[in-house]
Design a protein. Sequence first.
Length: 145
Amino acid sequence: MVVTGGAGFIGSAVVRALLGRGAAVTATVEPGGGTENLDGLDVDTTTVDIVTRRRLRRRRRRSLVFHVAALYGFWPRDPTLFYDVNVAGSRNVIDAAVAAGCERIAYTSSVATIGLGGTAEGTPATESSYADVAHLFARTSSRST
């Protein structure tokens, strides 16, 4: 199995869960990225930039790919980088997995993508639940201006 972003916070948790089930795992690590979250784990690592199609296509066939790699943050200096990694990079991973004959792809996103508005009333969030970022701009002071 392959876990893209396997050295990240969520990715390394996925790696540990898979290893706990006895799976052989390859974790992809972004160029220049740290692997501290994988220390002590019996996992293969490989450096892959998901934005670069050619490198992705050279990976050997795996039955399952967990796509967890993403760029996360607020107010980026260069928003095109977020698109390149999170949209184009995800397309590249999916295309490469399909071309390699992968049986399944599990895609993981974040709370920043799907809104949680209805979940307080017990309604599950879906792909049509848009994130409301208004709370990011809420005033923390009670002073009026």
